[in-house]
Ligand binder design. Structure first.
Ligand SMILES: O=C(O)C1=C[C@@H](OP(=O)(O)O)[C@@H](O)[C@H](O)C1
Ligand SMILES: C=C(OP(=O)(O)O)C(=O)O
Length: 448
């Protein structure tokens, strides 16, 4: 797994672009790709996955599932085949599971290990080793798993699973699809009914895919609108053919780029439009962004559309904190859109951004300052004064702190900058979007 420690940083200057045009396709959804590999590895028989994201985070999940017994291969046609071990059949990995930069791999796999009679050591890069894990070790500990963590409860962390594990009813204290999913995955091999109570809805890919694989999963919404998600285990999963739709979080960089680069008219094909993920489109439309949904359809049990995005005069807004979970990873690039809007954009309720690959509120605030944007950092959000469509001054270098989304966001900012934006390291982009730079070069036209 790449930790980038052994090679030099790869800085790049991103300069102003002329109109973005044409049609592009973004790679497969990262959240869905992780889950497709994990669930396929828990079936007896062969599953086939098309459109799998081949980014470093997903490859970390593939390597871990192989280390626990699954056979996972990529065909020359890009389709992945997985021969699983069956629920209950995970084997003890011989070496530490290297999770690289990936929070999703780490937290979901801890759930799987928690209800198997195996012990696994989880390690990761400097960014992942700072991220909080108590949010998963607390509920998984209630189910009977044991943990040996570094002081502060961070990686490296040892997980000893229990079989049979104990079913729990757990109310999520943070809005986190990773925590919800870790518990649901542990529930697959746990006798009895495990219930996750989700007061604030988060991405529901786990629920959709578990049901698709035949897990006995029920979702009930109580009179207060709170979701109760239950699985009764132990249960078998049935091997599937899965098509992974394009990642809206990756599409977001091109949506924002096309909105802010004058004269742009860009089609982004095959973008996942699950409402638990599409908040960025809603909010950009509220700001005046012209985003047309074409050819709406269902792919692999998920809603998908092609998006036609045209350059638009954006207006600053106050973003409703209720929409935050459906665009939690899109705030870095959203802040670039806000920097180009007319007026002030106010965001709040973004505490979770402080515990992502970097502290995304602080990292974005410092980067925006470095390129001449007026920004106020608050405890739970940023307040950004937009340029009203005028080019941003530019500058840098912007510190990306091992955070792929920071690197891509400032690459987009460079497209509307007078003097260019220097990004200190583009290597982290491979975490989620290995083809990002090639696609950007494809649509950006001639630099000024
Ligand atoms: O479940 C998932 O696939 C993810 C959930 C989110 O994290 P949290 O659950 O920590 O909010 C998101 O930020 C991450 O990129 C992917
Ligand atoms: C937060 C992210 O991922 P993870 O938590 O899987 O590292 C992300 O991709 O923005």
């Amino acid at each position: 797994m790449a930790h980038h420690a052994d090679e030099a940083a790869r800085p790049r200057r991103f300069s102003a672009a002329s109109a973005l045009r044409g049609a592009i396709r973004v790679p497969g959804d990262k959240s869905i790709s992780h889950r497709a590999l994990m669930l396929s590895a828990l079936c007896v028989g062969e599953s086939r996955i098309s459109g799998l994201l081949e980014g470093e985070d997903v490859l970390a999940t593939a390597a871990a599932m192989r280390a626990m017994g699954a056979t996972i291969k990529r065909g020359d046609d890009g389709v992945w085949t997985v021969h699983g071990v069956g629920v209950g059949g995970l084997m003890q990995p011989e070496q530490a599971l290297d999770m690289g930069n990936s929070g999703t791999s780490t937290r979901l796999l801890m759930g799987l290990v928690a209800s198997h009679p195996i012990t696994a050591m989880f390690t990761g890069d400097a960014s992942l080793s700072r991220r909080p894990m108590a949010r998963v070790t607390d509920p998984l500990g209630e189910m009977g798993a044991e943990f040996g963590a570094s002081p502060g409860g961070t990686l490296p962390l040892m997980v000893r699973g229990l079989q049979p594990a104990v079913p729990i009813t757990y109310r999520l204290p943070v809005a986190s699809a990773q925590v919800k999913s870790a518990i649901l995955l542990a529930a697959l091999n746990t006798p009895g009914t495990t219930t996750v109570i989700e007061p604030i809805p988060t991405r529901d890919h786990s629920e959709r895919m578990l049901a698709g694989f035949g897990a006995p999963l029920t979702v009930e919404t109580d009179p207060d609108g709170v979701r109760h998600i239950s699985i009764t285990g132990p249960c078998d999963l049935r091997a599937q053919d899965i098509i992974v739709p394009g990642d809206p979080s990756s599409a977001a960089f091109f949506i924002v780029a096309a909105l802010i680069v004058p004269g742009s008219d860009l089609v982004i094909e095959n973008v996942g439009m699950n409402v638990t993920r599409s908040g960025i489109v809603t909010v950009l439309e509220q700001m005046g962004g012209q985003i047309e949904r074409l050819n709406e359809r269902t792919v692999g049990g998920e809603p998908v559309a092609d998006l036609r995005v045209r350059a638009s005069a954006l207006k600053g807004i106050a973003v409703d904190p209720a929409i935050v979970p459906s665009m939690v990873d899109e705030f870095p690039v959203f802040f670039i859109a806000a920097a180009m809007a007319q007026g002030t954009t106010v965001t709040s309720g973004l505490d979770e951004l402080r515990v992502k690959e970097s502290d995304r509120l602080a990292t974005m605030a410092r980067g925006l300052e470095a390129i001449g944007v007026v920004v106020e950092e608050r405890e739970d959000g940023l307040v950004i004064t937009g340029s009203g469509g005028a080019m941003l001054p530019g500058g840098g270098p912007v510190a990306t702190l091992l955070d792929h989304r920071i690197a891509m966001s400032f690459a987009v900012a460079g497209l509307v900058s007078t003097s260019g934006v220097e990004v200190d390291d583009t290597r982290p982009i491979a975490t989620s979007f290995p083809d990002f730079l090639a696609l950007l070069d494809q649509v950006r036209g001639a630099g000024l």
